[in-house]
Write a protein that binds this ligand. Structure first.
Ligand SMILES: [Zn+2]
Length: 403
């Protein structure tokens, strides 16, 4: 469940004007540049209301006039676009081996993307929060130094999150009951904007829904080989009753497969998770101790696959087949249009996808056409990007920034 630790401010949720502002912003996001008359025609709001809302949104730095005009019969119309210059949202991700921060402006442009290798499980929660806060502070300084105001910050973690921003269990990080939202707020000395925490899979699929090549697809699944799958169904994020939906990492795929951290064998995570893939394809990787940064190892696997290394190619086909079994379950259960592979699965997609697609075509019970399976183009920072986008949600929902 997403948890927003919001400074006290009266939320006029029932306000029609709030809803109308949101409608104008949404229209501009999807169709800009457009004129006030276009906005009125397409949103169903009357022209006077649109003029008043646009004036207010320009005044608050959420929209701007481009100076371009559209030639029509009668008066030329001034064109409007979202104004990215005044505000930004921050998204962070805590991975087992990295910390990532992304900032996005209101026009959807990435302002910055930074990654830092970090052994989270070894460091423990306190040190991780300190490192995360240091990274966030640098990003905040960069964003505010460029004249923007930070509207919010959302952190993605590989595990479920409760309504108070507490992470009850994230085995990939070695965490139990970590009050992340509160700890980060303290470490950032109450920065005056909302701090949210969400499961990284939810943020990653939200990023795909907004920024990826399949943006706007109503039924979308995002899979990384991590513990959770991100699901958008009917255009909405699927959270489940308590916000813990999507825990697919321990789906049994191979009854006598390799041992899994959960005590069973052949779970999906034990076959296609980043650790499992590195261990399987690079038997020498852990020679000098446990792998603390997977990125260089994944790059080595890519290089070997490109060079036609037989064991690596065969291994990747096998990983693809096992992943395909889980994709089948998801397709039969959720009937998505597109299944997006993220994280290391995206990096290795050229060698995984043929086997995943073949397995899906063989096994799925849903009538054709079979769901598309594609690699994410958003990179391993998809969930941080989703976090940055989530941090803008309050303003996109029509609430004016306090600044
Ligand atoms: Zn397991």
């Amino acid at each position: 469940m997403i948890s927003i630790d919001r400074p006290s401010r009266t939320a006029d949720l029932g306000d029609v004007r709030v809803a109308n502002r949101a409608a104008v912003l949404r229209h501009l996001r999807l169709h800009a540049p457009c004129s006030r008359a276009d906005v009125a025609a397409r949103t169903g709001l009357n022209k006077a209301t649109v003029s008043s809302l646009v004036g207010e949104l320009i005044e608050h730095g959420l929209l701007r006039e481009t100076g371009l005009t559209e030639n029509r019969v009668g008066r030329p119309a001034t064109m409007l676009v979202l104004d990215g210059s005044r505000y930004a949202g921050l998204g962070l991700r805590i991975g087992a081996d990295e910390l990532v921060v992304v900032a996005v402006d209101l026009a959807g442009e990435r302002v910055l993307t930074w990654r830092r290798a970090f052994a989270t499980a070894t460091a423990g929660p306190d040190e991780t929060v300190a490192a995360l806060a240091a990274l966030a502070r640098r990003a905040i300084n960069r964003v505010t130094g460029a004249g923007r105001t930070v509207l919010g910050l959302t952190v993605g973690v590989p595990g479920p999150v409760d309504g108070d921003g507490v992470v009850p269990a994230a085995p990939a990080l070695g965490w139990r009951n970590v009050p992340l939202a509160a700890a980060l707020r303290r470490a950032l000395r109450d920065p005056g904007f909302p701090i949210g925490v969400d499961t990284d899979a939810n943020l990653a699929v939200s990023a795909e829904l907004r920024h990826g090549p399949y943006a706007g697809t109503a039924d979308l699944v995002h899979l990384t080989g991590g513990p959770t799958v991100g699901v958008v169904s009917g255009g909405r994020l699927l959270r489940g009753g308590r916000g813990f939906a999507g825990e697919i990492g321990h789906l049994p795929v191979l009854p006598d497969g390799p041992a899994c951290g959960c005590g069973r064998r052949g779970c999906l995570a034990a076959l296609v998770g980043v650790d499992a893939v590195v261990r399987r394809l690079l038997p020498d990787a852990a020679q000098d101790g446990p792998v603390t940064d997977h990125l260089p190892e994944i790059e080595r696997i890519q290089a070997l696959a490109r060079a036609g290394d037989d064991p690596v190619r065969t291994g990747l086909t096998e990983v693809g087949r096992q992943l395909g079994r889980a994709v089948c379950v998801l397709v039969d259960l959720l009937d998505p249009e597109v299944v997006v592979l993220g994280g290391h699965l995206a990096a290795l997609a050229p060698w995984l996808l043929p086997a995943v697609r073949a397995e899906l075509a063989d096994r799925t019970l849903t009538p054709p056409p079979v769901a598309q399976v594609e690699a994410s183009t958003l990179g391993s920072e998809a969930s941080a990007l989703g976090g940055a986008t989530a941090a803008l949600a309050t303003v996109e929902a029509g609430h004016l920034p306090a600044a």
